[in-house]
Design a protein around this ligand. Structure first.
Ligand SMILES: [Zn+2]
Length: 344
């Protein structure tokens, strides 16, 4: 098993900096609202083994991370590796993270993961191994920029359109995190002050509150409560079970409420993309997230709305993400390769 010279002083001071602490493997962990995926990468960035398990939103942070550590250890054992053979552990989480401290401030879809010193907790269990935590849109942006749809673009925005909407910002080939670590939480930019639904961020009328997957379903339920009729109720069985698959199915059948919902999403997403374009003047948007499955039904009108605002004919590319469900593990591993080097 190869060991490699350390490339610079360990940022945490946990290693001697004399060269013997660098393992040959990197663990990239993708923590999502419904599942955790652990990927083991060799020094040439090849994914050599992976393991997936459900994530349990009911767990307190310590129990949540204990479960994650068990998965990680059993993946290593199955490969005949000891934790000391890891160069580092990178984690992407759907959280606001104080990047320098690896501290989880809050997590919208795992609400118990808040105010938790995750990096310190993991370092107690793996004292000699570098650990880096970052936001999931950030790690996805790294992965898509280097290995996916954003290859060759020195500036790129990765935009998941899913339960929530967000942005991972790549400038001159580097991830931009901002001062505290949550650059790119653009879904919470305010679109309609004092108007619309209250979002999980606590504000009323942010972009996400108008057009994310979870929020559009809230709008639909409100319209139904106001007496609107829709095929979605029958398709789902009842109002409480309506989700975006029913929205799409009803849209395909010409259901007026479904058409209204998609129009609203496309209007606010187009406006959101245009505002991002005006802020960054970045020509490549890589789009990820579950709602992309709607394809041109959603993205066609989004692009048309963007083009209405964009009074300039320089090229702007909207590209679907390419790394499917591997981007989280790949980007999380990149956090370590960036800090501690690779042989790739
Ligand atoms: Zn918000």
């Amino acid at each position: 098993m190869g060991r490699f010279q350390i490339r610079r002083e360990c940022i945490d001071g946990v290693c001697s900096g004399k060269g013997e602490c660098m393992g040959a493997y990197v663990m990239g962990i993708d923590v999502g609202g419904t599942k955790i995926a652990c990927g083991l990468f060799d020094d040439k960035k090849n994914l050599v083994a992976q393991r997936r398990c459900p994530s349990d939103p009911a767990l307190e942070p310590e129990a949540f991370f204990d479960g994650l550590i068990r998965e990680l250890r059993s993946l290593l054992e199955a490969q005949g590796l000891a934790p000391e053979e890891l160069r580092g552990i990178g984690l992407g989480l759907p959280s606001f993270i104080l990047f320098d401290q690896g501290y989880i401030v809050k997590t919208s879809n795992l609400v118990k993961l808040r105010n938790f010193p995750a990096k310190a907790y993991l370092m107690e269990k793996f004292p000699a191994i570098p650990i880096v935590l970052d936001n999931d849109a950030h790690v996805a942006a790294l992965a898509e920029n280097r290995f996916g749809a954003g290859r060759g673009f020195k500036n790129m925005l990765y935009c998941p359109i899913s339960t929530g909407i967000a942005t991972g910002i790549i400038i001159n080939g580097k991830l931009f995190r901002g001062t505290y670590g949550w650059a790119g939480e653009t879904g919470h930019m305010i679109a309609t002050p004092g108007e619309g639904l209250v979002c999980g961020c606590g504000n009323q009328g942010c972009f996400m509150s108008w057009c994310s997957g979870s929020m559009i379903i809230k709008h639909i339920r409100n319209w139904i409560a106001q007496g609107e009729k829709t095929l979605m109720t029958g398709l789902a069985g009842d109002v409480e079970h309506i989700d975006c698959t029913h929205l799409e199915a009803a849209y395909d059948r010409g259901d007026p409420l479904a058409i209204r919902a998609l129009d609203q999403m496309a209007r606010y997403l187009g406006q959101w993309f245009f505002n991002l374009y005006m802020t960054f003047n970045i020509d490549c948007f890589v789009l990820g997230g579950g709602l992309l499955k709607m394809g041109d039904k959603l993205l066609g009108p989004v692009r048309r709305n963007f083009d209405v605002y964009n009074r300039n004919d320089m090229p702007v590319y909207f590209k679907p993400a390419e790394l499917a469900d591997r981007f989280g593990m790949i980007g999380a591993a990149e956090l370590i390769f960036d800090e501690y080097g690779s042989m790739a």
